[in-house]
Design a protein around this ligand. Sequence first.
Ligand SMILES: [Ca+2]
Length: 157
Amino acid sequence: MRSLRAAMITLTAAATLTVPAPAQAASGGPTGETFGVTTVVAPAASWSCPAGYFCIWRYTNPGSNTNRYSWYGNDGDYRNNHWDDGATVDNTPSAAWNASNQSNVVRFWPGVNYSFTSAHDFFLCLNPGQKIPDLRDFGLDFDNTGSSHMFVDQCAY
Ligand SMILES: [Ca+2]
């Protein structure tokens, strides 16, 4: 058998060139014209809560409405409320906003069914329009604690 010299073929890696893609008109748009460029600057991110709602956020100092959960009414048990990833809302609120448009305060409870817990023998009371971007504030350390809330006429009960 004839001996063949194996030819070693070394494939050199092709140089990677970055070639700018030719500018293309938007599909369906006019072509052959030069367009002015309009830069749309998004407004500074901000957080908000719809009128009439009680809103909580998963993380402190939200700055946007990402990871916001809101209710138009009372909820005595956050265990059956879930974030997008499936995690329970219970014991996760880190910011809160009472957007009541009926002059109601919100009692924000550490336990389900409007109860206290061994770690927190108090509830927070948010006045109408009051927002708390960081529930660690006020020395209350209410971060990751809220489990139920109700709209009521007054804080005292
Ligand atoms: Ca619930």
